[in-house]
Structure formats: C-alpha cells, structure tokens
Design a binder for this molecule. Structure first.
Ligand SMILES: Cc1cc2nc3c(=O)[nH]c(=O)nc-3n(C[C@H](O)[C@H](O)[C@H](O)COP(=O)(O)O)c2cc1C
Length: 189
C-alpha cells in the first residue's frame, strides 16, 4: 500500500481537549494554511478566509461567549454549551475557517461553501503532514446570531469549522465506519 493510501485509510481526528504543546510555530502554521487552502475552488473566488485565534483572543472570546450564553433566555442544555465553549482554551493552536460564500452570477453559494469544507479537511491533513494532531469542531456560538460580533464575522460570513491543532499522547481508537456497500452504488452497464 502506498504511504498516502495508508494514511487516508487509517487517519483519525484527535479529541481537542487532549491537545497540548507542542503546537505548530508560525512557519508551520503558514505551511498548514498553504496546504489547507490548496483546494478545488470553482471560479477561483477564494470564498473563505482563515483566522488564527491567539490564546489571549480566545480567553476574551471565551469570557464574552459565556456571558452571552448566560444572557440567552431560550437556550437549552447550557452546561453542555459551556463545555463546548471551554474547548476554545485547550489546543495550542486554534484557527477558524470562515466561509465568505456570496451570491455570484455563475457559481452557486453551495459550491463555494463546499470549498470551505474542503479547506477544513485539508487543514486536518496538513496538520498531520506537519506532525500534529487536529480536530474540526463547531459549537453553539457558530450558529448564534448574537455571537457574530464576538467572532468578528462580516455580513454573510459563516464559520465552516474551528480547527484545533496540537500534540497528544492519547491513543486514537477506530470508530465505526459505513460499510462500503451501504454508501456506494455502482451501476452495471
Ligand atoms: C462541520 C463539522 C462540525 C463538527 N463539530 C463537532 C463538534 O462540535 N463536536 C464534536 O465532538 N465533533 C464535531 N465534529 C466531528 C469531529 O470532527 C470528529 O472528530 C470527527 O467526526 C471524527 O472523525 P475522524 O476521526 O474520522 O476524522 C464535527 C465535524 C464536522 C465535519
């Protein structure tokens, strides 16, 4: 089996709360982002951007998001949402992949959004290529209109993924995968 096939057949995400130092330095972050953004992009619109959140920014956002969460009256399961907010503070490196997809005369928004998803996936693979573990997360605040200012999102932008990157000694176990027969249809001639 070729090394790339072996990697693709066995790769797993990490669990963000287990991620610790070392994380990528600024040169490695540039390399990861270079790999992450080498994705198909119909119309070459570059419909995404990436923001690296420093730890002090994450601490500020974390505080603001918890205050927001407490102030929201009609929101269920606040303890779980608090825990998902706390995940901002674990990994040494956290970057947001932001979809900037917008109406375009030729390229559907759906295709631009898919390209942002590809950036997230490539960020995981690029992190692994640089010797790090990574996980793609979202959280309640990604979908909360009230959190948009805290996340510094421009009109129309959406977070496609929050990529947590670092190192871990926690072994990765296999998880159930779909049977190929269940998801692949091959039509006979
Ligand atoms: C868009 C997106 C959002 C996700 N958000 C979360 C999340 O908020 N919390 C979580 O535990 N997993 C989340 N996951 C799943 C994790 O990425 C998880 O690590 C992954 O499914 C494990 O699969 P893998 O080991 O095959 O990469 C999300 C996945 C995707 C694609």
């Amino acid at each position: 089996m070729q090394p790339l096939e072996n990697y693709m057949r066995t790769r797993r995400s990490a669990v963000s709360v287990t991620l610790e130092e070392p994380g990528p330095d600024s040169d490695e972050i540039r390399r990861i982002v270079t790999m992450a953004t080498r994705v198909p992009d119909h119309g070459k619109l570059v419909p995404w951007r990436i923001v690296l959140w420093s730890m002090s920014q994450r601490e500020t956002m974390h505080r603001q998001l918890l205050t927001l969460l407490d102030s929201l009256p009609d929101i269920d399961d606040k303890p779980k949402k608090r825990a998902s907010t706390d995940k901002l503070l674990h990994a040494p490196c956290v970057m947001a992949v932001i979809s900037t997809a917008a109406e375009h005369p030729k390229i559907p928004v759906w295709e631009q959004t898919l390209s942002a998803g590809a950036v997230c996936m490539n960020a995981l693979i690029g992190s692994n290529a640089c010797g790090y573990e990574a996980q793609w997360l979202t959280a309640w605040y990604v979908y909360a209109d009230e959190a948009r200012d805290i996340l510094e999102l421009q009109d129309g932008e959406k977070i496609a993924g929050i990529i947590h990157i670092g190192s871990t000694n926690t072994p990765k176990t296999e998880r159930p995968r779909p049977q190929i027969e269940d998801i692949l249809t091959m039509k006979d001639d």
